[in-house]
Ligand binder design. Structure first.
Ligand code: MN
Ligand code: MN
Length: 460
């Protein structure tokens, strides 16, 4: 057998660098926009603001259930400032929708409702972490505070402190190793306990060293700056996220280190693909940037809510087509990150069925844990349809699942989409150090996710 004949029989995907000569230059340019997005939009509220701004510049208008929509119309539906659906009405109203569902929430440290307290001359926030984190990774880091406070008269006060280089930041302390004997004996998962994730926010007393005078001084500063009191901090949603900006990684600058690639690394390409449509697609193109994925998609801004269903129903009413027929013709790409193979921790992976950096988007048939539990297992038919679509558009793809069997697992919004009777498959960017304060992704994979999203909108 010749080498060429053997090549035809075997399937050994190469890196995008060797499959598409020069792709690193295009990827580099593409990632300039991505880096600016993730530096600007660290929470779901920030990401929704970004999406509305950018959509408006691209001719999108807010959805109204009273309007009749026609092919080519560009609309968005803002779900409570925490999630958003954007759509371009397709040429064929009955052809269903090609939907890309990603999420814009990410693991972080939320403030409790009664957060502010003082202990031993230091002012702190009590917190309750959000999402699946290794808690010990979140101490001894500069943190920024993001969120909203609803004032007594109902007006929202947006908070963002710690992102400008002249801003102060916040900080969770860790015990020095010198006296860490007892802590070193803890298990890794207990290195820092949930109730030890206390955020330091001040240390200067108000006038005298009275009880709570440091806390009082913080309240004085907040009152002067924002006209708020301790009570207002309860009517609020405040969260701490790593304050660092993205950085290129490696002598070759081939990767990006950033907070919360998961899942903005799929949300951003879904936006650039939608905004970049050069002609009205045959099927309606829809993207949803969901909230609450990291805590099970529950809540009105998560995908267990009826928000996407109702939006599509309204679109069908406005275009006078049957919702159930529309849904039957629809397909969804659940766009979420995959775990990239990490040779340093190889024993957690099964190398043959892992995704690798720089080999393109990872198409995942099933997620779940302990025998695929909780997973939406995509059919072979759908897997074939998606990979044919990617091949036709020369989109580099690979397969991979989360680690070796019974090592753990993960979930995505695929199961929520499947409940709507929509064919759904997971496609995403492979990530290293997922859910840590600084995750790692390959630039060519991020760009390939854009190509995959664009190809998906043309899926028939
Ligand atoms: Mn995710
Ligand atoms: Mn995640």
């Amino acid at each position: 057998m010749t080498k060429e004949e053997a090549k035809k029989l075997l399937h050994n995907p190469k890196t995008s660098y060797s499959r598409h000569k020069g792709i690193e230059k295009t990827a580099e340019d593409y990632c300039i926009g991505y880096k600016s997005f993730i530096n600007d939009a660290k929470t779901e509220r920030d990401a929704v603001r970004y999406a509305i701004d950018t959509a408006t510049k691209n001719g999108f208008t807010p959805f109204s259930s009273k309007k009749a929509y026609k092919a080519g119309d560009k609309i968005y539906y803002n779900n409570r400032n925490k999630s958003i659906i954007l759509a371009v009405a397709g040429v064929n109203a009955e052809a269903g929708a090609n939907i890309i569902a990603s999420h814009i929430d990410a693991p972080r440290i939320d403030l409790k409702q009664r957060a502010l307290y003082e202990d031993s001359g230091i002012s702190f926030f009590k917190t309750h972490y959000y999402g699946g984190i290794k808690k010990y990774q979140w101490s001894a880091l500069p943190l920024a505070l993001h969120g909203v406070i609803i004032k007594k008269d109902g007006t929202p006060l947006d908070i963002c402190i710690g992102e400008d280089e002249n801003d102060p930041v916040f900080y969770i302390s860790d015990l020095m190793p010198h006296i860490g004997k007892d802590q070193f004996d803890r298990k890794l998962g207990e290195g820092i306990l949930g109730e030890e994730l206390n955020i330091i926010n001040g240390s200067m007393p108000f006038e005298d060293d009275e009880d709570e005078s440091v806390k009082l001084n913080i309240l004085r500063i907040l009152n002067e700056k924002y006209d708020i009191t301790e009570l207002d901090l309860i009517n609020a949603e405040l969260t701490a996220v790593p304050s660092q900006k993205t950085r290129d990684v490696g002598f070759d600058r081939s990767m990006i280190a950033a907070y919360a690639h998961d899942d903005r690394v799929c949300a951003y390409p879904s936006m650039t693909a939608l905004f970049g449509l050069d002609k009205t697609p045959e099927s309606t193109a829809v993207i949803i940037l969901a909230d609450k994925e990291e805590i099970g998609s529950y809540g009105v801004t998560g995908l267990t809510s009826d928000v996407l269903r109702h939006f599509l129903m309204d679109i069908c009413v406005s275009r006078s087509v049957s919702y159930t027929n529309f849904i039957r013709n629809s397909t969804c790409m659940s766009a979420d990150v995959g775990g990239a193979y990490d040779p340093t921790f190889s024993s957690a992976y099964e190398a043959k069925n892992s995704a690798y950096l720089a080999k393109g988007v990872v198409v995942t048939k099933y997620t779940g844990s302990r025998g695929k539990g909780g997973s939406s297992d995509a059919s072979a038919e759908l897997f074939g349809k998606i990979t044919r679509c990617f091949d036709a558009a020369e989109v580099d793809w690979q397969t991979g699942e989360y680690g070796k069997v019974d090592q753990g697992g993960a979930g995505t919004v695929a199961s929520e989409i499947a409940m709507m009777n929509i064919d759904v498959i997971d496609v995403g960017v492979p990530i290293l150090s997922m859910h840590s304060p600084v995750e790692l992704a390959s630039k060519v994979d991020i760009y390939t996710m854009h190509l995959a999203s664009a190809a998906f909108f043309a899926l028939k």
